[in-house]
Design a binder for this molecule. Structure first.
Ligand code: SF4
Ligand code: SF4
Length: 549
């Protein structure tokens, strides 16, 4: 167990015994008087000076949130206020979100971090109030209108520390925005605050180290092209061992019809690699003319958690590479924030990609008109279309050793409104699928508790607290339907949900959707199947004889 993680019984005891607004305990203090403290387990380590220097970001230095002196640059208040002013002018949405909250409280109990910690500053309304209180105090027009309004605060070091703590306890999941009658998106406020904190050197190494790697090598892990190829080739060998089929991915091949881009976690990390094996089997099954780039070797974009400029820069490599290789369009793998960036920002940031064609499935002829602007199709849409048109030979019994539920990734569900395609596929590739309760799925899905770049080992305690509502919903279907497999279409989820399940729901494993597709595909020339892609035995196939009923 991580040294940053208390035993489950200790966490539960703390929650039960500590007074908390969530349980109706009101201490009689105003929210801004509530104490907070940095301690092991509740903050991510700041970025290392060499990482900051590498990116050319300001104020590289060694410091820890527990230090008395944060070694802030001279004039840090002015730096932050100027940055805020600039953004309020540039982003009308931000001004609207700061101005229009009516404090109705509808969002208060909707945040997984509030539900997991009971800390009132994790209510979305108060998280935003951390900034609004300064905005109210320091911005001339607002000051004139609202002077004296309770809670107007100067930007001092205490406020800055609160910003650093609570804007990294928001995973930018947007669940709160679903319930806000004014349409306020607290995630946008978090994005802005994190961006301006960078300007005084307040950041997080788990975000900036991957950004620096991606900037240098094209992927978060900093893997160079030859190693990237070797890793996929070893997955090709694994596929052959399990299925007897030799798949033939190509790399950097000019003139291929489609460029396939997926998060690097699918190429290097367990259990993401099994999802990658699923993609490779699928593409072989349909004879897709595709290539994989060793330069645009990352679908994810931690620039999104850093600054708009960095997000734009890291995203640009996808179009550059598509142009260089002369493909017709781009197919994207299972990822969360990659798709929020693609769906909401890519076309306006780095488009229009007029050199690409409106995506058309070469197998079914379906036009993906929804991807007319970005020229990039989500793998779940692509596969659902193949199944709907009867182009895949599937045997769902090959997943009979799994009893599944589906976790909607926040960015794909709320960020792009994709609810049906993954469920459609799941229902076609396995026989046992059970939904979690209605108020925890689709648009109302609960975050894994580790998104937006806080998936760090040292943050384990907060991650287990923030992930508790999701884990609790999984526990419900585990108890009711004996679910043992949590399926997701996000690479961060595939990394963050396994420790969450081990902590709250031991016995539940995490799978990518296309891993299950890969298990179910009946391939030409395959050997008698007895094992799934993890080399776990498949129920009913033990003797290699498939039951044909
Ligand atoms: S965006 Fe998500 S994590 Fe952030 S305040 Fe809203 S519900 Fe909480
Ligand atoms: S739901 Fe919207 S308007 Fe109501 S308190 Fe929350 S942010 Fe403010």
């Amino acid at each position: 167990m991580s040294k940053y993680l208390p035993k489950q019984s200790e966490l539960v005891k703390e929650f039960e015994e500590k007074p908390s607004v969530l349980k109706g305990d009101y201490e009689g203090r105003e929210w801004w008087e509530m104490p907070f403290e940095f301690r092991e387990g509740n903050f991510c380590f700041p970025a290392k000076p060499e990482v900051i220097k590498d990116l050319g970001f300001p104020n590289p230095r060694k410091w820890q949130p527990t230090d008395d002196d944060w070694k802030l640059p001279d004039g840090w208040q002015k730096i932050l206020k100027d940055a805020m002013k600039e953004r309020l002018k540039k982003y009308r949405s931000l001004k609207l979100y700061l101005d229009s909250c009516v404090r109705c409280g509808a969002c208060a109990d909707k945040c997984h971090f509030f539900l997991g910690t009971g800390d009132p500053k994790n209510m979305p309304v108060l998280r935003a109030e951390l900034v609004r209180s300064v905005y109210r105090n320091d911005f001339p027009m607002v000051e004139k209108i609202l002077k004296g309004f309770a809670g107007a605060r100067k930007l001092d070091e205490k406020v800055l520390r609160e910003w650093y703590m609570y804007f990294y306890q928001c995973t930018e999941c947007r669940r709160c925005s679903v319930f806000c009658p004014m349409g306020i998106d607290t995630a946008e406020i978090t994005i802005m605050v994190r961006e301006i904190l960078q300007l005084v050197g307040l950041n997080n190494n788990w975000i900036l180290a991957p950004v620096s790697n991606c900037n240098r090598t094209g992927n978060h892990l900093g893997i160079e092209p030859h190693t990237f190829v070797q890793n996929i080739e070893s997955l090709v060998d694994d596929i052959e061992d399990v299925t007897g089929v030799k798949v033939n991915p190509t790399f950097n091949r000019k003139g291929a019809e489609i460029l396939f881009i997926t998060p690097s976690g699918d190429v290097f990390g367990d259990p993401g690699v099994y999802t990658m094996m699923g993609y490779l089997l699928l593409f072989h099954h349909i004879g897709l003319d595709y290539t994989i780039s060793t330069y645009a070797s990352e679908g994810g974009n931690f620039g999104f958690f850093t600054s708009n400029d960095m997000m734009k820069k890291l995203n640009a490599k996808m179009y550059h590479e598509a142009k260089r290789l002369g493909v017709k369009w781009i197919l994207g793998g299972e990822c969360g924030h990659m798709w929020r960036v693609v769906h909401q920002y890519m076309d306006t940031m780095n488009g229009p990609a007029d050199f690409l064609e409106e995506p058309v499935s070469p197998v079914t002829g379906t036009k993906f008109t929804n991807a007319r602007a970005t020229k990039m199709v989500h793998i779940a849409e692509f596969t659902a279309d193949l199944i709907k048109n009867g182009k895949l030979r599937l045997d769902p019994k090959r997943n009979d050793h799994l009893r599944t539920t589906f976790h909607d990734s926040c960015n794909v569900a709320r960020g792009m409104g994709m609810f049906e395609e993954p469920r459609y596929i799941l229902n076609k590739v396995c026989n046992s699928f059970h939904e979690m309760p209605e108020n925890t799925i689709r648009e109302q899905t609960f975050c894994c508790g580790s998104g937006s770049g806080i998936n760090a080992e040292e943050y384990m305690e907060m991650r287990m607290k923030g992930g508790f509502p999701r884990a609790n919903a999984v526990r419900h279907v585990r108890e009711k339907h004996k679910v043992d497999s949590l399926v997701t279409i996000c690479a961060i989820d595939r990394a963050s949900l396994p420790p969450l399940m081990r902590y709250w729901n031991p016995g539940v494993s995490v799978y990518g959707l296309h891993e299950l597709v890969g298990n179910a595909l009946v391939m030409d020339g395959e050997k008698k199947r007895t094992e799934d892609l993890r080399e776990d035995p498949m129920a009913g196939f033990e003797d290699g004889e498939e039951d044909e009923d």
